[in-house]
Design a protein around this ligand. Structure first.
Ligand code: S3P
Length: 171
C-alpha cells in the first residue's frame, strides 16, 4: 500500500470485511470504518429497521451518500462496504475513481452461509440463506470484479493470512 493510504473492502455478506478490515487497519495503524455503521448512525436505527420502515431502495440511497462522503473525507484508513454497495452504478463509478485500493474478499456461497446463515441482522438473508447467498453472489460477481484492484480468496483462511496477502498485493 505504498502510495495509497485508503483501502476499501468489498464482497458479500459474511466475507469477513469487518473482521479483516479491523485487523488490517490495526496492522497499518489506521482507522477502520464500516458503511453499515455509518448508515445506522445516519438513520438512527439498525439496518433491519431501516429496511422494514423504508425499504431497500431508501437504504441504498442512504448507503450511497455515506459512501460518497466517506470517500471524499478519508484519505487514509480502511473502509468496509456493505455487500450490496456494488449494485448501484454510481457507487461502482465512485469506487473505481477513488484514490484507494479496492479489495474484493471473495468467498463461496457455502463459506458465506457457514458464517452468516443463521444471522438475523441481515434482511436480505431472510428465508433460505444459502439460496439467497448463491443467487446474490451470482448476480454481483461481475460487479465486484469490476471495482476491485485486488481479489483475495478468503474461504478457510486465517485473518492474518488474508491481511498479509492484501498488504503484499498493494505494496
Ligand atoms: C447487504 C449487506 C449488509 C448490509 C445490508 C445489505 C447486501 O452488509 O449492508 O444488510 O445487500 O449484501 P454486510 O455485507 O456488511 O453484511
Amino acid at each position: 500500500m505504498s502510495d495509497r493510504g485508503l483501502i476499501v473492502l468489498v464482497g458479500m455478506m459474511g466475507a469477513g470485511k469487518t473482521t479483516v478490515g479491523r485487523a488490517l487497519a490495526a496492522r497499518l495503524g489506521l482507522d477502520f470504518v464500516d458503511t453499515d455503521d455509518l448508515v445506522s448512525v445516519s438513520a438512527g436505527c439498525s439496518i433491519r429497521e431501516l429496511f422494514e420502515r423504508h425499504g431497500e431502495a431508501h437504504f441504498r440511497r442512504v448507503e450511497a451518500s455515506v459512501l460518497e462522503e466517506t470517500l471524499s473525507a478519508i484519505t487514509a484508513g480502511v473502509v468496509g462496504c456493505g455487500g450490496g454497495i456494488v449494485t448501484v452504478d454510481p457507487n461502482r463509478r465512485l469506487l473505481k475513481d477513488a484514490r484507494a485500493t479496492v479489495v474484493w474478499l471473495r468467498a463461496t456461497p457455502a463459506a458465506l452461509a457457514g458464517r452468516v446463515g443463521g444471522d438475523t441482522d441481515r434482511p436480505l438473508l431472510d428465508g433460505d440463506a444459502m439460496e439467497r447467498l448463491t443467487a446474490l453472489s451470482a448476480e454481483r460477481g461481475a460487479w465486484y470484479a469490476e471495482v476491485a484492484d485486488v481479489v483475495v480468496d478468503v474461504d478457510d483462511r486465517p485473518v492474518d493470512q488474508i491481511v498479509d496477502e492484501i498488504l503484499e498485493a498493494g505494496s
